[in-house]
Design a protein around this ligand. Structure first.
Ligand SMILES: *[C@@H]1O[C@H](CO)[C@@H](O)[C@H](O)[C@H]1NC(C)=O
Ligand SMILES: *[C@@H]1O[C@H](CO)[C@@H](O)[C@H](O)[C@H]1NC(C)=O
Ligand SMILES: *[C@@H]1O[C@H](CO)[C@@H](O)[C@H](O)[C@H]1NC(C)=O
Ligand SMILES: *[C@@H]1O[C@H](CO)[C@@H](O)[C@H](O)[C@H]1NC(C)=O
Length: 327
């Protein structure tokens, strides 16, 4: 990569200190945020979260992901679009961004579906690499039911009506975002349904549930330092709520199979077992319904997982094999 003088001036010092110096500095890593369904990058809640992150770690560069030309287009893209193409667009934007692309690593914070999409970013791209991925109420194991829309939310109602008619058609899978993380099971075997394995445009791929595994997904995910999954205790929007912990739920008797007892983990399809052995998987709950975020929880999360590199070992873990500077 060639850096112009202008882009050098924009660089956080941390980016340059990696190849040039052995000292740790106290520049916080940039933070990338992806909002949930029906929200936009310009939403008040999302802005406040970014401001809080900057208040906790002074000087944090916060980048809020948006798709399309403006906030309306971005909100619409949370319902409509091909998630594979959306993630590719985000990968390109992050890799070309003057600050993000030159930082030694970034942190990532995803709300609801945005958390699953950020995991997709890590698995498929991860340039710049993510240190801590924190997700709040994100359906990592999919949803079995579609969200209820607000009474006058016609964008949402239109999307959900189309969804229910033919979830597994290519037409719906290519266009409706929530359909791409819908997952149902075979009542006989308890495993994912044939339709899901065959037609899911996003989740079945990103969770490596098909026979052919993409080994680079595991290779990238296990490079994280922290993968923190928050479940809202009274979540009724993400159904089942245990999907936020990557667990599987038997819909007949509501019994929960935790991630650590599932094949996806035991056979390490995603590198999660390796990551867990390194202490990198953190399960947390937070009181309230879907997206009822408390500043207290956000503050402590930001303190624990974001900010500057906490040690040389941490920096080495994230940066080794990733440095590609042509300085
Ligand atoms: C695995 O995923 C990467 C990133 O999306 C892609 O470039 C590659 O072609 C995939 N490999 C296979 C075998 O599908
Ligand atoms: C979604 O986009 C990807 C990349 O362009 C494409 O390969 C895939 O077929 C699309 N999905 C559907 C269901 O059309
Ligand atoms: C789900 O629970 C029911 C009731 O306990 C049980 O009969 C059934 O075998 C379970 N399904 C799977 C796939 O494990
Ligand atoms: C969260 O952190 C901000 C910034 O330090 C502080 O102003 C606020 O009082 C904190 N809120 C809580 C509930 O701890």
């Amino acid at each position: 990569m060639r850096l112009s003088l202008a882009s050098l001036a924009l660089l956080a010092p941390a980016a340059l200190s990696i190849p040039l110096s052995d000292d740790l500095d106290d520049t916080p890593l940039p933070l990338v945020i992806w909002h949930g369904l029906g929200d936009s990058f310009a939403g008040d809640g999302i802005k406040e979260v970014g401001e809080l992150a900057e208040a906790i770690h002074d000087g944090t560069f916060v980048y809020t992901i948006g798709i399309g030309a403006d906030a309306n287009a971005d909100r619409s893209a949370s319902f409509w679009g091909n998630v594979t193409e959306q993630i590719a667009e985000v990968c390109a934007a992050l890799a070309a961004h003057p600050i993000l692309s030159t930082a030694p690593a970034i942190d990532a914070l995803g709300f609801s579906q945005g958390g699953v999409f950020l995991r997709g970013y890590v698995e498929r791209c991860n340039v710049p690499p993510v240190r801590s991925l924190v997700t709040f109420g994100s359906p990592h194991n999919g949803i079995v039911d579609f969200a209820a829309c607000g009474p006058n939310d016609w964008v949402c109602k239109g999307a959900m009506a189309l969804l229910k008619t033919n979830t597994w058609s290519n037409y719906v899978q290519a266009r409706l975002v929530p359909a791409q993380y819908y997952r149902n099971t075979d009542p006989e075997t308890g495993g994912p349904s044939e339709e899901y394995l065959e037609h899911s445009n996003f989740l079945a791929d990103i969770n490596n549930e098909r026979v052919l595994k993409n080994t680079s997904y595991a290779g990238n995910l296990r490079k994280l330092k922290n993968f923190v999954m928050y479940m809202f205790e009274d979540d009724t929007t993400v159904s089942p709520k245990e999907s936020s912990w990557f667990a599987d739920v038997n819909l007949t008797d509501a019994s929960v199979t935790p991630l650590r007892e599932r094949n996806i983990y035991k056979q390490d399809w995603l590198g999660l077992k390796t990551l867990d052995k390194n202490g990198g998987i953190v399960f947390k709950t937070t009181p309230g319904k879907h997206m009822e975020l408390s500043d207290k929880v956000l503050n402590s999360t930001f303190k624990s997982f974001f900010g500057p590199f906490k040690s040389k070992a941490e920096r080495k873990l994230i940066v080794q094999n990733q440095i590609n500077f042509e300085l």
